[in-house]
Design a protein around this ligand. Structure first.
Ligand code: NAD
Length: 265
């Protein structure tokens, strides 16, 4: 089976780093035009745009564009979609990937402002971007929204209550939006990565002791790579997954279903 997304217009939030950048590359390789949303580090988004343009030098129109917006800001999200309407006349695929984990602290010591910020980016931001996408997708009666959840929609994570709550909330938002959008032929899914080697968790994988501890919790015995998430994401937003909607797909080296697992322990 070969997955093709020719002619599809995709937006990836937080597409200039980690898992988002890998998804941008994979969608473009399948033939989609990709808008790379970013809030900081425009140079990373610009480099990715240049890389994809060079790989598609013969294309009649731009295969990649960078669009700046803080996904937690409704006005900036509206402006981002207005820009996509202007450039591409709409959207077929949204990957709600932007996310933060926030400063760690047990709940009784947590800063309420930190809690609110994590919820605003991970949950409210996904809602705002999905809201604008679904308006367009339901009207055209086609499209896919893919929300980047986490194994922590199901596994507790001490010190990160805002993160776990945001991802659990995103899972139920996914189910509700999928139910609402289904009559219009629009699919909504969530993808839950396990431990993937990106900047968000560099403090864990760059420290030998914390990496060793992490690996005891992963039956496959290693962290995942961003490309391994991007391949599944590309399948989920493609016609090959046309009968899938509403659920969360776990891509986690089996860590979620084996909480008692410990390599060598
Ligand atoms: P990352 O830090 O490399 O990427 C996160 C991206 O989101 C960055 O581009 C960042 O600038 C962007 N972002 C943050 N706040 C934003 C905002 N307000 N508006 C727009 N963009 C914003 O980390 P990553 O690991 O690639 O994370 C991507 C997604 O995957 C996140 O939702 C994260 O929760 C999820 N995830 C990651 C892992 C993992 O192990 N890396 C595991 C499970 C889930």
């Amino acid at each position: 089976m070969q997955i093709r997304l020719d002619g599809k217009r995709a937006l990836v939030t937080g597409g200039n780093s980690g898992i988002g950048a890998a998804i941008v590359r994979e969608l473009a390789a399948a033939g989609a035009r990709v808008a790379i949303n970013y809030v900081v580090h425009p140079e990373l988004a610009n480099a990715l745009v240049a890389e994809l343009q060079a790989a598609n030098a013969g294309a009649a129109s731009a295969v990649a564009v960078g669009v700046q917006a803080d996904v937690s800001d409704a006005t900036q999200v509206e402006a981002m979609y207005a820009e996509l309407d202007r450039q591409w006349g709409g959207i077929d695929i949204l990957v709600n990937n932007a996310g933060i984990d926030g400063a760690p602290a047990p709940t009784w010591e947590a800063d309420p402002a930190n809690f609110e910020r994590v919820l605003r980016v991970n949950l409210q931001g996904s809602f705002l971007c999905a809201r604008s996408a679904l308006k367009r997708m339901t009207a055209q009666r086609s499209g896919v929204v893919l929300n980047m959840s986490s194994v922590h929609e199901r596994i507790a994570w001490s010190g990160f209550g805002a993160y776990t709550a945001s991802k659990a909330g995103l899972a139920m938002l996914t189910q509700t939006m999928a139910q609402e959008a289904a009559p219009f032929g629009v699919r909504v899914l969530a993808l839950a990565p396990g431990a993937i080697r990106t900047p968000i968790n560099q403090n864990v994988w760059s420290n030998p002791d914390s990496l060793r501890d992490l690996l005891t919790k992963i039956p496959l015995g290693r962290m995942g790579e961003p490309a391994e998430i991007a391949q599944v994401a590309t399948f989920l937003v493609s016609g090959a997954a046309s009968y899938m909607s509403g659920n969360t797909v776990f891509v986690d080296g089996a860590m979620t279903d084996y909480p008692e697992f410990a390599h060598g322990g």
